[in-house]
Write a protein that binds this ligand. Structure first.
Ligand code: HEC
Length: 159
């Protein structure tokens, strides 16, 4: 007899739990809660109507930023030397696609080498490039030139 009472009690408790769980929102305020929630979102919406443009602008900015990041990091997406990355990529792009410095992809190694020599010697005048190359010897210039000369083939290989 005791067992039966305990069993019935347990069952009814479980049944109650299932019922409340199924009703869901009733537990958190039922209909009234939905109305309040609605009002909340409406007031939130009305306070936001004053600057929907700013929001759009931000979204556009974010898109632009993402595009820039993609451009800086993924064009071609091939690996470059540590030296190129640290000394040249900030201006010429991770893969030589060009940022504030001109695009380097597609230049032949010999051409790049000649230009680097010219910048270093001051035959081609550019303070930025000259300053950068001042402490690099011809062998290092040749290495950069050879690497840049291979950019086009490398970019083609990953696409
Ligand atoms: C601070 C920015 C900056 C960095 C860093 C930089 N460059 Fe430049 N580079 C420039 C600018 C600006 C020009 C364009 C100069 C001109 O008008 O002659 C240029 C031009 C060049 C050119 C000539 C391209 C052409 O088509 O005329 C080559 C080649 C080059 N850089 C290679 C390098 C290499 C290699 C490195 C790394 C050792 C490097 N640059 C680092 C800014 C930079």
């Amino acid at each position: 007899m005791k067992n039966i009472i305990v069993g019935v009690l347990t069952l009814s408790v479980i049944a109650l739990m299932v019922m409340t769980a199924m009703r869901g929102p009733a537990f958190q305020g039922g209909e009234a809660a939905t109305v309040i929630e609605d009002m909340g979102s409406r007031t939130a919406a009305s306070t936001q109507t004053s600057k929907p443009v700013a929001k759009d602008d931000r979204a556009i900015e974010e898109d632009k930023l993402k595009a820039l990041r993609d451009k800086a990091g993924n064009v071609g997406g091939f690996k470059v030397s540590k030296d190129y990355k640290s000394k040249c990529a900030s201006c010429h792009g991770m893969n030589g696609e060009g940022i504030i410095g001109p695009r380097l992809i597609g230049l032949k190694g010999e051409v790049v080498y000649q230009q680097l020599l010219d910048y270093k010697a001051g035959r081609k005048e550019n303070m930025i490039m000259k300053g950068l190359l001042m402490n690099l010897d011809q062998e290092q210039l040749k290495m950069f030139a050879d690497e840049i000369g291979e950019f086009e083939a490398k970019a083609a290989a990953v696409q």
